[in-house]
Design a protein around this ligand. Structure first.
Ligand code: FMN
Length: 315
């Protein structure tokens, strides 16, 4: 019995980076190195985005760090990591050996800490195809605010990350109505793309203890519960900046979810929380996307990007 070969062109372009397909991992949900390689072929994905790295080793937050929520989870892992130098030495080589295109995510508590992390990445091998600047983390110089809640601070950390000498993607927060302005500030500072978006700020209370359940109190909500919020955030960003490449993320677990993000204006997507339920989820979503496009006569995923804007209805 002959089986029809899908003819869809899945390749996508994010600024100066060409990816063979639009399905990537989301930072913090696929480890720092080749952890997923036992479950899927990392080189088959668009790119592997590793967990955000600080310039120095970082211990993260007290336990408990994760908790199941309706249609998702809440976490306060607190950006635990080995630091950029140890990552370059120990985690990156086995990941690159899989043939994966690697995106290094960096974070800092100050603009200078972003600059130091980026500086340490300058000598990374060419398999590190981009740097994702996690602007959606707390800014010590502006207490209780995230960098990504300020256009100025977002521009500063994107600018500081230029030291890495790699294309920069700015990871933004959905917790601000000013997202399109902040995306513009990231682009003006040199970001080739914006990743939309990080988790929604949340909290769960332990009613018996009468205290917040997570060790850090507040956390980030992720999974299918936030998908409509993330799709809206991508739609608004694309509407305001049609030429700015967007990587969409939030609650993706199936091909149809990817298609929603592409139609809203994303050129690529990341799969996060779904990976905790099934470590092969990004590969399965990718395979399903090829079948979905084939079924609906889509020849190139690029024809889906932003297509929901053509028939926008008001009211
Ligand atoms: C346990 C956990 C850890 C995360 N760590 C990071 C991180 O280190 N850096 C980052 O930019 N985003 C981090 N995120 C956010 C994800 O990359 C993603 O933006 C968010 O979870 C929404 O996608 P999802 O619903 O598919 O998980 C983390 C999410 C989870 C659930």
């Amino acid at each position: 019995m002959s089986r029809r070969t899908p003819t869809v062109d899945l390749s996508t372009v994010i600024g100066s980076v060409r990816l063979p397909n639009p399905v990537c991992t989301a930072s913090g949900t696929a480890g720092h190195g080749d952890e997923l390689a036992r479950h899927l072929d990392p080189s088959a994905l668009g790119a592997v985005v590793v967990k955000s790295l600080h310039a120095e080793p970082w211990p993260g937050n007290p336990a408990p760090r994760v908790h199941a929520t309706p249609a998702g989870m809440i976490n306060s892992v607190g950006l635990q990591g080995p630091g950029v130098a140890a990552w370059l030495e120990h985690d990156l080589p086995p990941l690159l050996a899989t043939g994966a295109r690697v995106v290094a995510s960096i974070w800092g508590r100050t603009v200078d800490e972003f600059a130091r992390a980026a500086d340490l990445l300058a000598g990374a091998p060419s398999g590190v195809v981009a740097v994702e600047v996690n602007a959606s983390c707390p800014n010590l110089e502006d207490r209780r605010n995230l960098f990504a809640h300020s256009a100025t601070a977002t521009g500063e950390v994107v600018d500081a990350a230029a030291a890495a000498g790699r294309p920069r993607w700015a990871k933004l927060s959905p917790n601000t109505p000013e997202l399109p302005d902040i995306a513009a500030a990231a682009a003006a500072a040199g970001a080739e793309a914006v990743t939309v978006a990080n988790t929604l700020l949340g909290m769960v209370i332990d009613v018996e203890a009468r205290r917040p359940l997570l060790g850090a109190g507040r956390g980030g909500l992720s999974g299918p519960a936030i998908r409509p919020v993330a799709v809206r955030a991508v739609f608004d960003t694309h509407e305001a900046h049609p030429a700015l490449p967007i990587i969409g993320v939030g609650g993706i677990a199936a091909a149809e979810d990817v298609v929603q993000f592409l139609l809203a204006g994303a050129s690529a997507v990341q799969v996060g929380t779904a990976t905790f339920a099934d470590p092969a989820a990004p590969a399965k979503v990718l395979a399903d996307l090829g079948r979905w496009c084939d079924r609906y006569g889509v020849r190139s995923v690029s024809e889906l990007v932003g297509a929901a804007h053509d028939r926008e209805v008001s009211g």
